[in-house]
Design a protein around this ligand. Structure first.
Ligand code: HEC
Length: 474
């Protein structure tokens, strides 16, 4: 309720002043709230951008260095440059604000309250306990997938595929000979997905940032391959989907990435718009799309048509920004995605063949610096999100619950969130959200959340980097 009240005047300001709100008339706390909290968290403990209160500074921790970070930003890595939005005096006040919060966090003993294994968490329908599976040894894990023998595969952004053995121990050695990944901004080795008939065919799918470096400048886009795991080694790799060279870009943002099987011989997966905004609207352009292919990468004959235009091969839907969550409703086979939007524009979408999801022509979000993207939220021929989150929660990871360990959560949809460091449970009836509840909070940024064959819910956390699972409290 308070959120809605806070947000109403903000939207009015934006609508009235095309150049954005007048920050010189705001308190520093308010400026931070409006310009920075969407990425760094309301309490500065991190989100899409890192924590500003953990005492760790990638670009130098002196006041002047922090001032420079804010002024100049880092476009490739997704940090906005604020020198045209704020003057030196305002930026200096922000540095002071950050220092104050850093001190407070230190005094509280820790920036992140540690989860307490053994403690029961009570939610509306189910009670659970948290179990720490991996507490140390992973660096920026992104996704988890499950082998039938109890082993688990975890991707690390820098390009390593790690194995957790059936006893729950993280093996020291990553899988050998995995494809060359070009870690770049938000991209790296991201998705891992195990074929539902793994026992018969052994296929494992990977989604990652592929590319080259030209004169030191990376040019990348998401790509998908499949291969097999043999004696700790990646073998028999086949290319599943790769963009035409002309779509590779030096932008470091919005790779999208996830991969699901529809159980009818197809895979579906997104490719983010890579900061290319309007490219998402062009059906011949690889960026900002969701694809459907046969499991071996061939384009199905019954994929949607696009009004006589020749789409990029495999195109299923378009007008997407940065989909980092994708799953299929086990009840009716419908495809759902969560899309990391601009500030205030995170979406849950019901993904239908041939449909246009509107980015950047329509959106509920605005630019991170507070300036409007478009006044439009609706347009003929463009789909509305099923729901959207304002303020943004920074969605990442999405999973229906198919297991039987939490019977009252059966078929509910779990949404991970980075900035808000939480998992939300949505109940979907007739393709509408009828319940929404936060079921986990404040133990780290949620990069992936997924149900598993053992019936537990697994969560990949970033900062600190961990794998935890939710088990029923008896
Ligand atoms: C669109 C998301 C986004 C917004 C909005 C944003 N940041 Fe950032 N910020 C980032 C990212 C991502 C990084 C990390 C960049 C890197 O690794 O170089 C970052 C880095 C920083 C750093 C450097 C941290 C270090 O470790 O050296 C500072 C300081 C900072 N941001 C402050 C701010 C302030 C203050 C604001 C608001 C005026 C703000 N940011 C708004 C995404 C954002």
């Amino acid at each position: 309720m308070t959120r809605a009240l806070l947000f109403a005047p903000l939207l009015t300001t934006v609508a009235l002043a095309a150049e954005g709100p007048d920050y010189s008339r705001m308190k520093t706390e308010q400026v931070f709230e409006q310009l920075c909290s969407s990425c760094h968290g309301k309490d500065l403990s991190g989100g899409l951008g890192g924590s500003l209160v953990d005492g760790e500074w990638k670009h130098g921790g002196s006041d002047d260095e922090i001032l420079k970070s804010i002024k100049e930003g880092n476009a490739q890595l997704g940090m906005t440059a604020f020198k045209t939005v704020l003057d030196d005096r305002q930026i200096r006040s922000l540095v002071i604000h950050i220092r104050e919060k850093e001190k407070q966090a230190k005094e509280k003993g820790m920036a992140f309250p540690k989860p307490e294994p053994g403690k029961v968490t009570t939610t509306q329908h189910e009670n659970y306990k948290i179990e720490m599976l991996v507490e140390e040894g992973l660096k920026s894990p992104w996704a988890i997938a499950f082998l039938p023998d109890g082993r688990k595969l975890v991707t690390e952004k820098a390009g390593r595929l790690r194995v957790i053995d059936a006893s729950g121990k993280l093996q020291k050695e990553p899988v050998k000979n995995t494809p060359k990944v070009l870690e770049h901004g938000q991209g790296g080795l991201m998705e891992v997905a195990v074929h539902p008939d793994y026992e018969k065919n052994g296929w494992i799918y990977l989604g990652y940032s592929d590319g080259t470096r030209e004169n030191g400048k990376p040019k990348t886009i998401t790509t998908y391959v499949r291969g097999k795991l043999k004696d700790g080694e990646w073998t028999g790799q086949e290319l599943i989907w790769k963009a035409d060279d002309k779509f590779y870009t030096d932008a470091g943002v919005h790779f999208g990435t996830r991969l699901v099987f529809d159980g009818k011989g197809h895979i579906l997966f997104p490719v983010g718009e890579r900061g290319g905004w309007h490219e998402a609207q062009d059906v011949a352009n690889a960026k900002g799309k969701i694809y459907r292919l046969h499991e071996d990468g061939r384009v199905p004959d019954d994929n949607p048509k696009f009004d006589g235009k020749t789409p990029v091969p495999g195109l299923w839907s378009y007008g997407h920004r940065n989909p980092q969550g994708l799953d299929i409703d086990p009840r009716d086979g419908s495809v759902w995605s969560t899309e990391h939007g601009p500030r205030g524009g995170d979406e849950l979408n019901l993904v239908l063949p041939g449909h246009n999801y509107g980015w950047p022509v329509i959106t509920y979000g605005m630019n991170y610096d507070g300036t409007p993207i478009t006044g439009k939220t609706h347009e003929e021929g463009m789909d509305q999100p099923v729901i959207y989150w304002q303020p943004s929660i920074a969605t990442c990871g999405l999973s229906f619950y198919r297991g039987d360990k939490f019977p009252k959560w059966k078929n509910d949809l779990f949404v991970g969130a980075l900035a808000q460091q939480e998992i939300r449970r949505l109940r979907i009836v007739d393709q509408k959200v009828v319940e929404q509840e936060v079921v986990l909070k404040n133990i780290g940024r949620v990069r992936d959340v997924t149900d598993a064959p053992d019936g537990f819910i697994y969560v990949i956390l970033n900062g600190p980097d961990r794998v935890v699972r939710l088990v029923p409290a008896e």
